[in-house]
Design a protein around this ligand. Structure first.
Ligand SMILES: O=C(O)CCC(=O)C(=O)O
Ligand SMILES: [Fe+2]
Length: 287
């Protein structure tokens, strides 16, 4: 199969043209695409034309789709798919449209076995705005001073879905967390993960923390843990490790949550629509 692969930035992500994800992919192509995915952490398949059923079929080339924690997001006919839309309403709170996922995160990092990848398909894109921002945590780890790497290798941290930052920052419209049902809450008890994660498929190391889910470092004085996390955040949350994806209609982007953070950009002008199909792929326990 002939397709072109071009980098989208210096820090991560490639775009691929010449693949129609409505068609079955052979094992050799899937394996080549997986190698590209592992190296660049994100792939954008341009010019796709998918409905929900073909979106699910496309996703299955790369793993096993799983369902969103929030039951309300699941589509009735395809429960492993949800719709990301700038018209989402905060049904638990104000009832107004709200900015979902506007803070940097790694999907399901608060779960014992987080998903490995997320796939978004751009069904409707706004004329401007609505970029998805990404941070390469593998590059961020590599760029740390050796002393810092030694200090943090082997540390573990506690991850919490209902992180204290959401309670502390109640005036911040970007920090909205839908309330969980009892059933949903049972699915997300606090979990412990390594602060530096080793990629299960290629052995590379990446920082594995976010300021909205990492509550504290285990076996460390609270103030020391907070100081360490804040110093790592100021290293991570800078432009140097970032790529911003400007969506075109028909883009199917798949990214690796084991080495990237991502965030929606809540800048879609009034009157414009943004609508993406979403699924996540089963992953493994972080080590
Ligand atoms: O809307 C976006 O750009 C990102 C949404 C997101 O965080 C997700 O689908 O996991
Ligand atoms: Fe996300």
């Amino acid at each position: 199969m002939h397709y072109s692969v071009r980098p989208l930035s210096d820090v991560m992500a490639v775009e691929i043209e010449g693949i129609d994800l409505r068609e079955p992919l052979n094992a050799e192509t899937i394996s080549a695409l997986n190698d590209i995915f592992l190296e660049h952490c994100a792939i954008c398949f341009r010019n796709q034309n998918l409905d929900i059923a073909s979106f699910v079929t496309a996703a299955k080339n790369f793993g096993k789709p799983k369902q969103h924690l929030y039951r309300a997001y699941r589509l009735d006919d395809f429960p492993e798919v949800s719709i990301v839309s700038n018209e989402d309403k905060d049904t638990h709170g104000t009832g107004k449209t709200y900015n979902r996922a506007a803070h940097f995160h790694s999907d399901e990092i608060y779960k014992e076995i987080p998903c490995k990848a997320t796939m978004l398909y751009a069904d409707v894109v706004p004329r401007i705005g609505g970029e998805t921002r990404f941070i390469n945590l593998r590059k961020a780890y590599v760029a740390l001073p050796e002393k810092k790497k030694q200090e943090i290798d082997g540390l573990k941290a506690l991850f919490r879905h209902q992180h204290s930052i959401f309670k502390k920052s109640t005036n911040d419209p970007l920090l909205v967390l839908p309330k969980l049902s009892k059933e949903e809450a049972k699915e997300v008890p606090d979990v412990i993960h390594p602060v530096v994660r080793t990629h299960p498929e290629n052995g590379t190391k990446a920082l594995f923390i976010t300021n909205t889910r990492t509550e504290f470092v285990i076996n460390m004085e609270a103030s020391e843990s907070e100081a360490l996390l804040q110093s790592l955040y100021s290293h991570i949350y800078t432009d140097r490790f970032q790529y911003h994806h400007h969506w075109r209609k028909g883009d199917m982007v798949m990214w690796d949550n084991r080495c990237l953070l991502h965030a929606a950009t809540p800048n879609v002008p009034d009157g414009e629509k943004r609508r993406l199909f979403r699924t996540i792929l089963e992953g493994s326990r972080p080590v």
